[in-house]
Design a protein around this ligand. Sequence first.
Ligand code: PHE
Length: 339
Amino acid sequence: MQEQLERIKAAAVQALKESEALQALEDVRIKYLGKKGELTAVLRGMGALSAEERPKIGQLANNVRASIEDLIEAKKKALMEKEQAARLAGERLDVTVPGTRRALASRHPLKQLEREVCDIFIGMGFSIAEGPDIESEYYNFEALNLPPDHPARDTQDTFYITENVLLRTQTSSVQIHVMENQKPPFKMVSPGRVYRSDALDATHSPVFHQMEGLVVDKGITMGDLKGTLEAFLKKLYGEDVRVRFRPHHFPFTEPSAEVDISCFVCGGEGCRICKGEGWIEILGAGMVHPKVLRGCGIDPEIYSGFAFGVGLERIAMRRYGIDDIRLFLENDVRFLKQF
Ligand code: PHE
């Protein structure tokens, strides 16, 4: 019996040596130590032994079982370690391999310009206001001193949603919202889309961008308007630029002016960009009309203010030499990539 046990042990050791998977270890365990296993079978025959031999063989059998169990455990541990090492090796990342580059989009040139212009005004203590693209006639026209039969409405014909709801033709509507909702003093700029029912061609688009500015406080004068706009235009076009105010008419400002800068290409001598004029028209401005202030509940005897409106496409087109406004709308990456 002793021999039999030694043989079982040797066979099990050999089998374990050859086991290369956890399942194979389990098979060995069942084959030798399981209920119907070989060792168990030997133990079952112990009844036939003499009282003297029985404890000796029992001891030996226990030793054999223990050493097979130990071997299985050790091998199991080794196999699991090997498996984990293989898995880690398979999952290894080489962080030095060059990545695949993703093409980053860039900001639309008009948005870039809008940011730049807003930043200049933020630097002068202005805040940013927003107003809706869809307006009632009151905010777009009436409150801006453009009554229903005013001829200036014809030059800003737009898209009507109902008889008195429309797509705003100018960001000046935001002036009214600000003055109705806040108490002066205020200093704000408001960039956004405006709409006019113009046919799309190289210089006209039914949707374009403006930026409105409004300052209202006690004692605001035309001098503040001129100083502010001059500071803005010099920041945008350079310190050398000269600024000119021409008398003009807007129903919601009095007096009103159109503001030109000396041509930033020829410096004022006359060229293709300024069409030989030496000057380029940049924006409309004026002192807020007392009627407009009063309509918003602001006493024009106490407060005064100025407003201005800039067309952003125009500035961008002149700056980058873009000769077709449609390029801003087409989203052609060959165009957009250049900014
Ligand atoms: N809203 C005017 C326009 O679209 C521009 C403007 C704004 C003029 C503010 C004066 C004051 O032409």
